[in-house]
Write a protein that binds this ligand. Structure first.
Ligand SMILES: [Fe+2]
Ligand SMILES: [Fe+2]
Length: 343
């Protein structure tokens, strides 16, 4: 059973007044702290922000949560591109809501990262300087309206597959953020499926547009699960720490198995001649993913890497006045609350 958030086991960093007044206990040594952390992980309990944690665990979480947060806000760009060109008022309203959801996911995740002692301003600087990454899928262009369908169905679908196990992540704030994110991602996936279903049952030109979008997004979606486990630098340690619950290969296989019947319902062909049911394994076999392409795109050589980061930087600069106004308001509010408390 996971413990609730209000059950700290160790005092706050630096010691609180309550902790100072507590009866004297033997001092925690590094070994004791590590043992307690290991026991919590072994019991499948949650680590909370005030708990002691190994430096590597904290660093891994900061890297992963920041990368996840960056992906949410960079992911707004390829779809934001189509808001003004959505084919109907209804589709436009749905797309605006979805893009806003992604901004909200970024907010939950930056907040979760901040519980680990980092500042979101610093994380954004690292993103803008190219020192932290975001999901490589968002470095592909959105060339037609059908891409909104393919992104919702495949990209949000892959995100759900990755994120549902993260709801059980050993770090409390990340796991809890994921619960809400997953509910919204499932709406995103369904709206994508709905767009593709409408197009693939429309005119021959619409059917071709839907097929073309899936042809372009299928393989990059499979890359969203990361490299094969044997080549993944982080999988083993993250699994031992209860951050990651399932391996990249297993998640990818589950995704393929779910997509094949859905593609059939859409009347769309997945662009893989090797895709076939394997009776012995009870899974679909699929062709080789081009890992060299993933490496290339991660390293910055995808079709839209430069454009995405430039747009992000300018959005950040253009939004400086909003942050300044929010800071001024918060200061004013804080000062008047302090004055009231003293009155
Ligand atoms: Fe999202
Ligand atoms: Fe989404």
């Amino acid at each position: 059973m996971h413990r609730g958030v209000d059950a700290p086991r160790t005092p706050a960093v630096g010691g609180s007044a309550a902790a100072e007044q507590a009866p004297a206990k033997p001092p925690d040594t590094g070994a004791h702290l590590q043992q307690r952390f290991d026991a919590l992980i072994a019991d499948d309990e949650r680590i909370e922000p005030r708990d002691w944690m190994p430096t590597g665990y904290r660093k891994t979480l900061i890297r992963q949560i920041a990368q996840h947060a960056h992906s949410e806000i960079i992911g707004m760009q390829p779809e934001g591109n189509w808001i003004t060109r959505a084919p109907s008022l209804r589709r436009k309203a749905i797309l605006i809501a979805k893009v806003q959801d992604e901004a909200g996911h970024g907010l939950y995740l930056y907040s979760a990262a901040e519980t680990l002692g980092v500042d979101r301003e610093d994380l954004l600087d690292l993103l803008h300087e190219g020192k932290q990454k975001y999901s490589s899928i968002f470095n592909y262009p959105t060339l037609s309206w059908a891409d909104m369908g393919a992104i919702g169905w495949l990209v949000d679908g892959a995100a759900i597959m990755n994120q549902v196990p993260l709801c059980r992540c050993s770090y409390g704030p990340y796991g809890r953020a994921m619960v809400r994110v997953c509910k919204e991602e499932s709406f995103h996936q369904r709206q994508g499926f709905d767009i593709l279903h409408t197009l693939s049952h429309g005119t021959p030109a619409q059917q071709a547009m839907a097929q073309d979008a899936v042809d372009r997004f299928w393989w990059p979606s499979l890359m969203m699960f990361g490299p094969p486990d044997e080549r993944s630098a982080h999988t083993a340690q993250s699994t031992a720490w209860g951050i990651k619950r399932l391996g990249n290969d297993e998640l990818r296989q589950r995704f393929v198995d779910i997509c094949v019947p859905q593609a059939r319902a859409l009347d769309i062909t997945l662009p893989d001649p090797d895709l076939r049911w394997n009776e012995n394994r009870g899974h679909y076999d699929f062709g080789a993913v081009d890992w060299a392409e993933l490496t290339r795109v991660i390293k910055g050589d995808g079709p839209c890497n430069e454009q995405r980061i430039q747009r992000r930087r300018s959005a950040h600069e253009e939004g400086a006045w909003v942050r300044e106004a929010a800071d001024a308001y918060a200061r004013k509010h804080h000062n008047s609350s302090a004055a009231e408390a003293l009155a």
